[in-house]
Structure formats: structure tokens, C-alpha cells
Design a protein. Structure first.
Length: 51
């Protein structure tokens, strides 16, 4: 199960300011803001023993 499947709503903030808010699956598939589009590449991969 991925983090997107476990989360219902996402509130994205950049420099303490709200950037986007929405349903997790939709926001991950259709981010409007450049900052939100960059977030998946900033997420570290967990080893299989932890995930």
C-alpha cells in the first residue's frame, strides 16, 4: 500500500504558505502547482524491510 492510498486529503505548503489542498489521489495525479509536481521526486525510497 502506498502513502497515496493511505491518505485521503493532502495540504501542500511551501515556505509556510498553503500551495494546494485536495484529495490525495487526484492531487498526485493532477498537481496544479510546480512545487507540488516536484514533491514525488523528493520522497526517499524505503527499503523493503521497512515498508
Amino acid at each position: 500500500m502506498s502513502a497515496v492510498q493511505m491518505v485521503i486529503c493532502v495540504f501542500v505548503m511551501e515556505h509556510r504558505r498553503p500551495v494546494e489542498i485536495g484529495e490525495a489521489e487526484f492531487l498526485c495525479a493532477h498537481p496544479l502547482e510546480a512545487y507540488t509536481r516536484k514533491l514525488p521526486s523528493a520522497t526517499p525510497e524505503l527499503p523493503a524491510s521497512v515498508a
